[in-house]
Design a protein around this ligand. Sequence first.
Ligand SMILES: Cc1cc2nc3c(=O)[nH]c(=O)nc-3n(C[C@H](O)[C@H](O)[C@H](O)COP(=O)(O)OP(=O)(O)OC[C@H]3O[C@@H](n4cnc5c(N)ncnc54)[C@H](O)[C@@H]3O)c2cc1C
Length: 461
Amino acid sequence: MSQFSQTQLKEFKTNVAGSVILPDDPQYDEVRQIWNAMIDRRPSMIVRCISAADVVHSLRFIHQHDLSFSIRGGGHNIAGNAVCDAGLMIDLSLMKGVHIDPERQHGFVEPGCTLADFDAAAQAYGLATPLGINSTTGVAGLTLGGGFGWLSRKYGMTIDNLLSMEVITADGQELHASESENADLFWGLRGGGGNFGIVTRFEYQLHPVGPNVLCGLIVFPFDQAKAVITQFARFTETMPDELNVWMITRQAPPLPFLPEEVHGKEIVALAMCYAGDPAEGETHIAPLREFGTAYGEHIGIQPYTDWQQAFDPLLTPGARNYWKTHNFSTLDEGPIDAIIEYASALPSSQCEIFIATIGGQTRRALPEAMAYSNRDANYVLNVHARWETAAEDVHCIAWAREFFARSQPFASSGAYINFLTGDESDRVAFAYGTSYERLAKLKKKFDPANIFRVNQNIRPA
Ligand SMILES: Cc1cc2nc3c(=O)[nH]c(=O)nc-3n(C[C@H](O)[C@H](O)[C@H](O)COP(=O)(O)OP(=O)(O)OC[C@H]3O[C@@H](n4cnc5c(N)ncnc54)[C@H](O)[C@@H]3O)c2cc1C
């Protein structure tokens, strides 16, 4: 990092409407923290932007002093790229404006918004767009990597609902990107992560959702895992687009609807949401109850925004986390047996293996339509190792890596870029699949010096 004088720093601080945090500032440790406690990096400076102009000033300062930098939205990325060592962290988390246009059903969202911020504003009008399943996740990083959740089978990936973006590119230009303006940049930003610029506003298509939806959980004993997961795999192949069902295997949390003696035991849970008429949904979810003899269930009609927060208590910030991921187009006996083998040997009480079901509308866009190209994926598997102390690191990480290797032969092409860890830069080209070559050319056009490199990096062609 090159030096800058106190005068230059003072001038920069005067230009920025937000705040500039230095390592001796009392807030420094709190502001540099992100969701994954495995990441402990110390930037030389944190700029808490409150406007697009702050971002432009930050980029100018970065260029003037040849600084490396990172971009923070919601700070949830598992790889920890929101924060850098020794460089400048552009912190967008205070930019929380949301404007809903209920007539056109469009949502305009600033990059510091969490899913909870966006959902709350859109649901005030009975509207929503597909987002993820943990409400404290940042809208920005989730969108730029693709984004999927309970509504994705009906309405597609988050990026399928993205209409336009305001972007500040490497040379400091503020561009509007959409299908009709800077269309190549728009193509790249829909999946290409933070490789092409800093997005200061997203515009989404919204859809009528809820406000109450049929949703909930059925929890089965682990000794029924083979039967339950096999039936889950067949059922999800033909279920209607309105319905989404995910499979989670882990130790039972102390959920009030489960008998106390089940808490802490291995379980297989099916989590579901029906994005349509709840009465019709009841008919569609009925077969799930026949997959085995459940320990218990908690299914009902509740506000969509509540369901969007239902998993938050299991995913709080501050724990140590390590993930691995595969895509699957089908789930046959091979991956199911691998899941059961590794879920039988969970290395900590918070580890889990889950299968997020996508398919439906997520498959209907053409692979070449945007940077995210994995349109053949029906399932996204995530092995989520999660634990509390550094002493457990080796054991928990080894478990995740071994399971990843054991299940790899059954995986389909590509991988979800937002689920890659920091040690997987060698999987970036594989993750993008057929889009990678075009992305590398686009990178050369918009960021030839690769200044946006603290990310799942696409190297300029
Ligand atoms: C508990 C948990 C649950 C999750 N569940 C889901 C899920 O259901 N569905 C799903 O799709 N994903 C899910 N994810 C993954 C999530 O999509 C990624 O972690 C995503 O990167 C988070 O975005 P963020 O803004 O919070 O992250 P950050 O760590 O702040 O940002 C990630 C990266 O995105 C880039 N970036 C962020 N903001 C901008 C911007 N404004 N302009 C340019 N680049 C930017 C930067 O390169 C940054 O390093 C989950 C993650 C967690 C931790």
